[in-house]
Design a binder for this molecule. Structure first.
Ligand SMILES: Cc1ncc(C[n+]2csc(CCOP(=O)(O)OP(=O)(O)O)c2C)c(N)n1
Length: 652
């Protein structure tokens, strides 16, 4: 089945193949990608769309001497397969396996790590400048999608690329799609460029004409290029890239290997920045993905014969409940509008978009603008809900601060994928939001313990009249009953779920495992109260101070980084109130890049599952010199990843 692919040890082997061989190789790579993604899940349609493009790049350029940077990096599967990782490819997105994005630790061919969109052009310019300073001669190539080109940072890069005029090749992978169909004026413009078939024809005729003139020499070829430029400028006035000082080549058929090889070879000859627009089709070669590229952008395991998902859980995800709640809220309040940065379906807002097209705004991959825009809407009395994944809101830190919080504007942030995110690795874990939002003036932070709490929190957040963020994880809900009517969540009030001497104060997704661990420890004689904190800001001071007495211990639980997180908030409160007698132990995540794995694997690795929590809470009491009744104290604890450090136990 994969007779050609089996013989490819690295990119150099491609150059031994003729056109037919390359085409057969493309088919074998597609078959491998479909097979592996159908088992492991992953980014199917973006990868099927760039098989030829990647083959041609590795055919023409001499990686790793020449540097290829992948924007977002979700489309790097063929690159990984061709660069010595064919066999490991079966471990894609698995714990200790290949990362689904470029990873410098994995291979010398992965020259720059990506995961968030629109970063490749800036990075490529950095590499090009550094190459020239070191007087090296290699090529730098950045592959960027038309969706990622909507990100503002890409334009900041283009601005400087046009200014510096470094030798740099930008491959624009134009497929009219972000995850969903592309939106915006820029995407319309790219479509206009891509449809320039008549330009190609004019160019070809011009070439033929030139070739038919006898005595062709370098001067005429040079004249030919100038002639092409003239044609472009006459027929395509205002070609944006050219106006910016970046040579434009294209559009080129992105599945035609000879055309791609020809234009990449041509791009190599320019002594300045050049952009090659390749027209590709997402999902190419696998009919279910071609028919529904959005569904297969990022896919869970499926039956390769039909494209149907293998596991279809009955319990709706938090994202789905969020989407339904938005519809429910919007039905009763016409001021509520929804904003997304290129994630209409991922955030669960698809039905909202269809039901209320005039109240739904997909701004493209532009989180900073999404927040700024929401602030503008809120300043005039609308009630925007900005649904942005926790990891991507990092980009809009200043907009949250400067535009929303300083003005105390009531923008509600729905932070999906907060906490450990399965399978995507370090760039996608949403573990920093508590820390990066907690110090923002006027900000309210909350997290539901289940999907029913999510709907009540979202509804209440819209009524507080201040900036508010509701964080929830990427997983199914707990399967609890969803109330028909909204219940108000009193601002800054926790909920005591279980009584006891010491307090386990859990935030959001940690409430349920915290309760289970407390029950387990109760059987060993430990008396633990458990409270659902509901808010990381403002905290329920009254409840916390009730437990802040000599001889008591407060254990905080959060699915986020400990540095600056929820546990830190509790310590700061106790400091402020001078409650130095109480011991506090915080359980959460360390500030290290978290690995690839399932939620369960990573929770277990960092002791956030029920077993780990029970072990670590038990350890707090043993370590403090006490004995857990009914058990022998074990003495010192071994260091475990993310144990929060024994130092977190403080005795003042
Ligand atoms: C800052 C940021 N926001 C959102 C995303 C989620 N995301 C991943 S891929 C993608 C679409 C990218 O579109 P494009 O660049 O055109 O690549 P294609 O998938 O079409 O090949 C989006 C929105 C992201 N990775 N980074």
């Amino acid at each position: 089945m994969s007779e050609i692919l089996d013989g490819i040890g690295g990119p150099a082997d491609l150059r031994r193949l003729d056109e037919k061989g390359l085409e057969r190789l493309a088919a074998e790579i597609r078959a491998l990608i479909v097979d592996v993604v159908s088992k492991n899940g992953g980014h199917l349609s973006p990868n099927l769309g760039v098989v030829e493009l990647t083959l041609a790049l590795h055919y023409v350029f001499d990686a790793p001497r020449d540097k290829i940077i992948w924007d977002v990096g979700h489309q790097c599967y063929t690159h990984k397969i061709l660069t010595g990782r064919r066999e490991e490819f079966r471990s894609l997105r698995r714990s200790k396996g290949l990362c689904g994005y470029p990873d410098r630790r994995e291979s010398a061919y992965d020259v720059y790590n990506t995961g968030h969109a629109s970063t490749a052009l800036s990075a490529a310019l950095g590499l090009a400048v550094s190459r020239d300073r070191k007087k090296e001669g290699h090529h730098v190539v950045a592959v960027v999608g038309d969706g990622s080109l909507t990100g503002g940072v890409a334009w900041e890069a283009l601005n400087q690329i046009g200014h510096l005029r470094e030798r740099l090749i930008i491959v624009l992978n134009y497929n009219e799609m972000s995850i969903s169909p592309n939106v915006g004026a820029l995407s319309k413009y790219l479509t206009y460029l891509a449809s320039g078939q008549h330009y190609l024809r004019i160019k070809d005729h011009a070439k033929l004409l030139l070739k038919s003139i006898p005595g062709l020499g370098p001067r005429v070829i040079k004249y030919g290029r100038a002639f092409e430029d003239l044609i472009k400028k006459t027929f395509f006035p205002g070609l944006v890239f050219e106006e910016l000082g970046i040579k434009y080549i294209g559009p080129v058929q992105g599945h035609s290997l000879p055309s791609l090889i020809e234009v990449f070879n041509e791009a190599k000859t320019y002594d300045g920045p050049v952009l090659v627009q390749c027209v590709t089709q997402k999902g190419r070669g696998y009919p279910p993905a071609q028919a529904n590229p959005e569904k297969f952008h990022g896919s869970s395991p499926f039956d390769p014969a039909t494209g149907e998902p293998l596991r279809k859980g009955k319990i709706p995800s938090y994202s789905a409940v969020f989407g339904r709640t938005m519809l429910k809220i919007a039905a009763g309040d016409d001021k509520v509008v929804a904003v997304t940065a290129a994630m209409p379906d991922g955030t669960g807002l698809g039905a909202f978009a269809r039901t209320h097209p005039d109240r739904f705004f997909d701004v493209g991959i532009a989180e900073q603008h999404a927040v700024n825009f929401s602030a503008g809407l809120a300043s005039c009395g609308l009630k925007p809900v900005a649904a942005i994944y926790s990891t991507f809101l990092q980009r809009a830190y200043d907009q949250v601060y400067h535009d929303v919080c300083l003005q105390d504007l009531p923008v509600v942030f729905a932070l999906d994928r907060a906490g450990i995110v399965p399978d995507d690795g370090p760039t996608h874990h949403g573990v920093n939001d508590i820390a990066y939002l907690r110090h923002m003036p006027n900000m309210i932070l909350m997290a539901p313990r289940d999907e029913n709490a999510l709907q009540h929190m979202l509804h209440s957040a819209l009524g507080y009249g201040h900036p508010a963020a509701v964080r929830f994880p990427k997983c199914p809900g707990l399967g609890v009953k969803i109330d028909r009517e909204f219940k108000p969540v009193p601002l800054g009030r926790a909920e005591l779920l279980r009584n006891g001497r010491h307090l386990v104060l859990a935030y959001g997704s940690m409430v349920t495992p915290g309760l289970a661990a407390a029950r387990r420890l109760a059987r060993e004689g430990l008396s633990l109260a458990v409270a659902d904190a509901r808010f990381a800001k403002p905290l329920d001071e009254e409840l916390i101070l009730r437990f802040a007495r000599p001889g008591r211990t407060i254990i905080t639980l959060e699915e986020g980084v400990l540095a600056g997180g929820f546990g830190s908030a509790v310590r700061e409160l106790l400091d402020r109130k001078g409650r130095f007698e109480v011991k506090v132990f915080s359980i959460g995540l360390p500030d290290v890049p978290l690995p690839v794995g399932t939620r369960e694997e990573i929770q277990a690795l960092y002791g956030l599952d029920v077993k780990g929590l029970a072990r670590r809470i038990r350890g707090v009491f043993c370590e403090a010199g006490g004995r857990v009744p009914g058990r022998r104290a074990t003495g010192g604890r071994k260091h475990r990843p993310g144990a929060g450090g024994g130092r977190s136990v403080r005795k003042r």
